[in-house]
Design a protein around this ligand. Structure first.
Ligand SMILES: Nc1ncnc2c1ncn2[C@@H]1O[C@H](COP(=O)(O)OP(=O)(O)OP(=O)(O)O)[C@@H](O)[C@H]1O
Ligand SMILES: [Mg+2]
Length: 397
């Protein structure tokens, strides 16, 4: 039974100040500067994947604007105005969920009819519209005029995961900020801090595993962490997370990537067999493999055309095999090509194997155009080749 005061980690750990927001420094810095310089626009659009801090940032911004003695970026979280914004009870900070209020009547009622009235107690009337892309075309049209020239006491903050679905007329009237997927290291750091505060013992490998699954979303990471605590109690290790979510251990993924790099068909099939027999999620494994190969691709680009990352993780004896940028690109391409069939679910294992084997073949084959280029380069280097038959060039010296 949950105690009445219990809150899930994601809610309990909602960032309350700008400095508490993880991994969105570019957004935070710009907003803080705007406040410090008194250059506050009338409409902001926060765009980003789910669970990366849009709603949190919108509320923090509202606090900075409406705090006692504001606007100021370093407000006191215990200021009554800030507390009521955090609780969602502030009269002048109106949160509107566009997903459940798409019709134009709703937006009239909640926003357009009230914008002209002065704020009840604070400096600004702030409308936070979440999932704004869900508004109907009629609602967007109704909003346009107010958005163009709102009364000076009105500020809009829109949040969306899907800006492509918004009319450009609306987007162009806003200052847009793009929140990014949060890097795994920062997710791990945040979870460590939470674990410490919540007195949970969790290994670094387990946290890395959770971060891997969360794909840049901090809410997702925290929800998974919450679930693991329910499942395991106060001690969590990597195998627990792997078992609950059907993940493959990082070393095993690396080993499989190494087998792909080495073109070791037998090993590939053996590892897939083992993963399948242990009930591992092959769709997830494919995603993990792709992430690893992509890292190798970036490594090859950074190092001028070759990477040993995949070969080095083969776990095999002998020196690591380097792969060229082209080979890695083909491997990655092959892995992506098979994604659809693996996700279909039918004959998942076979499709997975075929995808891996095809990707290996693709990475080992050479493109005709690159071959032609190489031959042409060779011909340029040795004029004797082009002058074949004549032989006079050779005899010269
Ligand atoms: N950048 C972040 N820094 C700190 N915590 C974060 C961040 N992003 C998400 N979180 C955590 O996830 C929870 C949800 O974040 P938030 O509501 O801000 O996400 P969102 O981007 O609005 O997501 P959605 O697209 O699903 O609405 C927060 O309560 C917080 O615990
Ligand atoms: Mg949100």
């Amino acid at each position: 039974m949950s105690s009445p005061g219990y809150q899930v980690i994601a809610r309990k750990w909602r960032p309350q100040t700008f400095d508490d927001v993880v991994g969105q420094d570019h957004v935070v810095r710009t907003l803080k500067n705007a406040i410090a310089r008194g250059r506050i626009a009338h409409a902001y659009l926060l765009v980003g994947p789910r669970g990366t801090g849009k709603t949190s940032t919108a509320r923090i911004f509202a606090k900075a604007l409406n705090c006692t003695g504001g606007p100021k970026a370093d407000f006191d979280v215990n200021d009554p105005a800030c507390r009521s914004i955090a609780d969602g009870t502030h009269l002048d900070v109106i949160e509107f969920d566009a997903a459940s209020n798409t019709q134009v009547d709703k937006i009239r009622e909640a926003i357009l009819d009230s914008v002209a009235y002065a704020p009840a107690s604070a400096k600004f009337k702030i409308y936070i519209i979440d999932e704004v892309h869900m508004l109907s075309p009629g609602s967007f049209n109704a909003l346009l005029k107010t958005l163009e020239e709102p009364p000076p006491h009105v500020k809009f903050v829109f949040a969306t995961t899907d800006p492509q679905k918004m009319p450009l007329t609306v987007i162009s009237r806003c200052q847009r900020f793009d929140l990014k997927p949060i890097p795994a290291e920062l997710i791990v750091d945040r979870l460590k801090k939470i674990a410490q505060a919540e007195k949970i013992k969790v290994t670094d490998a387990a946290l890395a595993c959770i971060a891997r699954m969360a794909d840049g979303g901090l809410r997702d990471a925290q929800s998974i962490f919450d679930q693991m605590i329910s499942f395991c109690g106060n001690e969590i290790a990597e195998p627990d997370v792997l078992d609950v979510y059907g993940l493959v251990a990082a070393e095993k993924v690396a080993e499989l990537a190494g087998a792909l790099a080495a073109g070791d068909h037998r090993k590939i099939v053996a590892i897939v067999d083992d993963c399948d027999a242990n009930g591992r999620d092959l769709v997830r494994l494919l995603a993990d493999l792709q992430a690893l190969v992509r890292t190798a691709l970036l490594d090859a680009i950074a190092k001028g055309g070759r990477s040993e990352l995949l070969g080095a993780s083969a776990g095999s004896t002998g020196s690591p095999q380097a792969m060229t940028t082209e080979q890695i690109t083909r491997l990655l391409d092959g892995l992506r090509e098979g994604e659809g069939s693996v996700k279909l679910g039918l004959a998942e294992k076979i499709n997975f194997e075929v995808t891996l084997l095809k990707a290996v073949e693709a990475s080992r084959s050479r493109a005709i155009d690159s071959l032609i280029k190489e031959l042409a380069a060779l011909a340029d280097e040795s004029p004797a080749v082009t002058a074949a038959g004549d032989g006079s060039e050779k005899k010269k010296d």
